[in-house]
Design a protein around this ligand. Structure first.
Ligand code: ZN
Ligand code: FE
Length: 240
């Protein structure tokens, strides 16, 4: 089962992703805009069969309609967000395994950033698309949910195998790392991770994917012991 993931930089700092199977069928995850996705699909002669959305924000669904029209792709999103996800065809729910062609992903409902935020866990390939909930060395802002919900959502992700690859919605890693090191200056794993990040950014490479192991060792939001300390950090980060 050899899938490959292509990273597509979009807008200012978004990442959309293609997950491509051996027959050149693909899903796009969170197409912020259509153009860069179309460019890659055409260049690699890919069949863009599915559009998977983690949540309804414009920088995650902006390309839905155009891609759906051009490639007759099927749009997959959370059932309670059917009104907010353009072109939605397949409504999925928490803990459901979505399976089509060679693609198989468990849907994990992870509210907090938005009430309808989900992640797609491709458990066979050990990778997860976390949208704006878990970032490398950070987590999303709480727009619609509660601190408790966001804390529990991060804990759900934390319980997956440590070698799971993390593909998130934005390149925020450098800025996030500065906040982590400020509050966790003695963390040698974090210090080493920051050196790796600097090397990648020097070469203009994405810092994504991260791994769950790295995040558990280095991400201060995953290291928070309880919802009180998590909430305090989240507030501090909003003004960082
Ligand atoms: Zn968002
Ligand atoms: Fe976003």
């Amino acid at each position: 089962n050899n899938m490959i993931v292509e990273i597509i930089p979009c807008l200012q700092d978004n990442y959309s992703y293609l997950i491509i199977d051996k027959n050149n069928n693909a899903c796009v995850i969170d197409p912020s805009e259509a153009k860069p996705v179309i460019d890659l699909v055409e260049r690699k002669k890919i069949n863009l069969k599915y559009i998977l959305n983690t949540h309804h924000h414009y920088d995650h669904i902006g390309g839905n309609e155009e891609l759906k029209k051009k490639y007759s792709s099927i749009v997959v999103g959370y059932k309670d967000d059917a009104e907010r996800i353009p072109g939605i065809n397949v409504l999925v729910e928490n803990n459901q395994v979505w399976k089509s062609d060679n693609f198989e992903a468990k849907i994990i409902h992870i509210p907090g950033h938005t009430t309808g935020h989900i992640s797609f866990h491709f458990f066979n390939e050990k990778l997860i698309f976390t949208g704006d909930t878990l970032f490398s060395l950070g987590c999303g802002k709480i727009f619609e949910g509660t601190y408790q919900e966001m804390f529990e959502s991060l804990n759900k992700i934390k319980s997956l195998p440590a070698d799971t690859k993390i593909y998130c919605g934005h390149e925020y890693t450098l800025q996030n790392s500065k906040f982590c090191i400020k509050h966790d200056p003695e963390n040698t794993n974090l210090q080493n991770k920051m050196l790796e990040i600097a090397k990648k950014l020097e070469k203009a490479q994405p810092t994504i994917p991260s791994t769950l192991k790295d995040e558990i060792e280095c991400n201060i939001f995953l290291r928070a012991k309880n919802v009180e300390s998590f909430s305090k950090l989240r507030d501090l980060k909003d003004n960082f």
